[in-house]
Design a protein around this ligand. Structure first.
Ligand SMILES: [Zn+2]
Length: 134
């Protein structure tokens, strides 16, 4: 294989350069990093995530929950602000607000939805590919 140096522009700002051999080995690193992420995912609730709080929007919503309807919280603030939270899926959380206030009657019916999941995951993966290309 020729050892002439060249650059490969893969997508936008992701550029891999070096000899053909170096490029192949960097591309393999990138592939490995993508496969690894597909297998393990990222830790739950990071600072780049926007989670929107939603109440049941009816007359039974309590004043505590009602005050937070449609507010957006960063993922990494949720465990501290909602200590009884429960992950339902990768993109849905039950805040269980009523467990913090024993005086509130009935179970909290609110939920959190991770609104920008697709964009955030794509941005994180792109960032990791850039790191692997270095
Ligand atoms: Zn609630």
């Amino acid at each position: 294989m020729a050892s002439r140096s060249c650059r490969v522009n893969i997508m936008g700002d992701l550029v891999v350069s070096g000899t053909m051999q170096e490029i192949v080995s960097r591309l393999n690193l990138i592939m490995e990093c993508v496969k690894n992420r597909e297998a393990t995912g990222w830790p739950a609730l990071m600072g780049d995530e926007s989670w929107t709080y939603t109440t049941a929007k009816d007359e039974r919503v309590c004043p505590v929950c009602g005050a937070m309807d449609d507010l957006t919280f960063q993922g990494d603030t949720i465990p501290e602000k909602f200590p009884f939270y429960e992950m339902v899926s990768d993109t849905e959380i039950l805040p269980n607000v009523h467990m913090m206030y024993p005086s509130l009657k009935g179970a909290c019916r609110c939920n959190f939805e991770w609104r920008d999941a697709a964009e955030v995951l794509e941005a994180r993966l792109h960032e990791e590919k850039l790191m692997a290309a270095r």
